[in-house]
Design a protein around this ligand. Structure first.
Ligand SMILES: [Zn+2]
Length: 493
């Protein structure tokens, strides 16, 4: 019985992943999620959840792997039950946004394309105009997003939880409140040093005074266009493949990983990795716009792709298609931050005198980290009660304080992910530093040039998402999860 459930679970995950891939890669205008959720609805009814619970109760403590697997299937069923109720809205929002047109400098521009223009626009005034246009578009979709969020909350309460947050807490066993307090107290302690560095960088790189820094300036601030010449589009794939080669992996020969770096007007600007069949069919989708961000995006998604491509096909399906997302994010960050490593820059992209660049990327990482701490605090509130007018105010206040850029209430729903993904990113950031240090100690400062390091990573990757990121850190000899090394690295920089 459990075998049949697993087969259907895999078929469902693959069908959804394929549909999302085609739409967000800009290959298909529509995204048909609702019929998929309807076809597989029996997998995630409250009765299916109760049946899985009975299976869990019938499985002895002597089989912890089996038990963890069933717990992951229960989480999947509960989340998919909630997602089914909002599938028509999820579809509608994605389709409306990909079809939205705005006027940028007198030209009709697709909504997704406008994010690319915003990041590359060097005139502050024109950035404001693009951003205002974006906010107006976002506002037109907000009623649908609000309705979607309300239905998510209703779904969690139908399943017997007091709120969506409680559902996620029970599933993961994570204490989000405690995690948030710990991160917030660090953020307060580092306030002075962060704002001093940010202010200096804003004046130097954007020629704006920190009190006028706006959320609309943030993508351009992080784009670092002045370093474009060191990161030509023509060298993008080569940098990724050369890194893999150093680790003993023939990237160009990997038949299970397909890289899509073509430009299409409706392609989503956010790069993504879509593991459709794990490990047999992995898609890595990126929309290059020029410069270092492309390199970071490709390496990040490349980290995900390698993880899924080396996941053992013999693992139970729930350890391939479900599990702790912080694990795959940790591998993605490991590759991602090679682009900020002075030696990798010199070796792989021949960018030797990179001190100024490295210093900027460290500050940007700190900004990301603070933004995600803010997002987590905000999402904790948003998912603990019914969303209201006050939610938009919470969003603006918390994110503005965390980042130093003025945030706007219109983005209070579009700037969130389902399932407390912010907490997964934060845990992944912490473990990535530990893993990177471990690789350096064992395989040298240029660990990406070591085949033994490659073998070590392949060993870790093969376990898919069998373990949580905390368990993985222990098993790999990295010790307990701690944020201190991450904070120290960023503040010392
Ligand atoms: Zn990622």
């Amino acid at each position: 019985m459990l075998e049949t459930y697993r087969e259907e679970f895999v078929a469902f995950r693959q069908t959804v992943a394929r549909e999302e891939y085609l739409h967000f890669a800009g290959l298909k205008e529509t995204i048909e999620l609702e019929p998929v959720y309807e076809r597989y609805a029996a997998l995630f009814t409250p009765e299916a959840v109760a049946w899985l619970r009975a299976e869990l109760d019938a499985t002895s403590d002597l089989f912890p792997t089996q038990r963890y697997g069933i717990r992951l299937l229960i989480s999947f069923a509960q989340r998919a039950f909630v997602e089914r109720a909002v599938a028509p809205l999820t579809e509608e929002i994605a389709e409306v946004e990909s079809a939205l047109m705005l006027s940028v400098n007198g030209e009709d521009t697709p909504f997704h394309q406008s994010a690319v223009l915003l990041a590359r626009e060097s005139s502050g005034e024109r950035r404001r105009n693009i951003y205002q246009e974006r906010l107006r578009s976002i506002e037109t979709v907000n009623p649908r997003r609000l309705q979607r969020l309300q239905r998510i909350h209703e779904g969690a309460s139908t399943l017997g939880f007091s709120c969506y947050r409680q559902m996620l807490e029970r599933q993961t066993g994570l204490e989000y409140e405690r995690l948030c307090r710990e991160l917030n107290s660090w953020m307060e302690r580092s306030e002075g040093s962060y704002h001093a560095r940010l202010g200096e960088a804003l004046e130097r790189d954007l020629r704006i005074s920190p009190q006028y820094a706006d959320r609309g300036d943030q993508p351009h601030f992080q784009q670092l266009v002045e370093y474009d010449e060191h990161f030509p589009s023509s060298g993008l794939r080569k940098a990724y493949e050369e890194t893999l080669q150093g680790l003993g992996i023939r990237g160009e020969k990997q038949s299970n990983v397909a890289i899509d770096d073509e430009d299409r007007p409706r392609k989503h600007p956010r790069a993504f990795c879509s593991p459709i069949q794990i490990p047999e069919e992995i898609k890595l989708v990126i929309r290059p716009t020029g410069g270092q961000n492309d390199y970071q995006a490709l390496m990040h998604e490349g980290g995900h792709a390698q993880h899924f491509a080396w996941t053992s096909p013999n693992l139970l399906p729930e350890f391939r298609y479900a599990g702790d997302n912080a694990v795959t994010e940790c591998y993605a960050f490991l590759f991602n931050y090679l682009v900020t490593d002075p030696l990798w820059l010199a070796d792989v992209v021949s960018f030797g005198l990179n001190y100024g660049f490295v210093e900027r990327t460290r500050l940007h990482k700190l900004l990301y980290l603070r933004r995600y701490i803010g997002k987590m605090e905000y999402e904790l509130r948003l998912h603990s009660q019914e969303p209201s007018e006050g939610s938009a105010e919470d969003y603006t206040r918390i994110l503005t304080r965390a980042t130093g850029f003025r945030y706007h209430p219109e983005e209070y729903l579009i700037d969130t992910d389902d399932g407390f993904y912010s907490a997964d990113y934060l845990r992944a950031w912490a473990v990535e530093v530990l893993l990177r240090e471990h690789l350096r100690t064992r395989f040298g400062r240029r660990w990406w040039r070591s085949r033994r390091a490659g073998d070590y990573l392949i060993d870790l990757w093969s376990t898919g998402q069998r373990y949580t990121v905390e368990e993985l850190a222990k098993l790999a000899g990295l010790g307990d999860l701690s944020f201190d090394p991450l904070f120290m690295e960023l503040l010392d920089a």
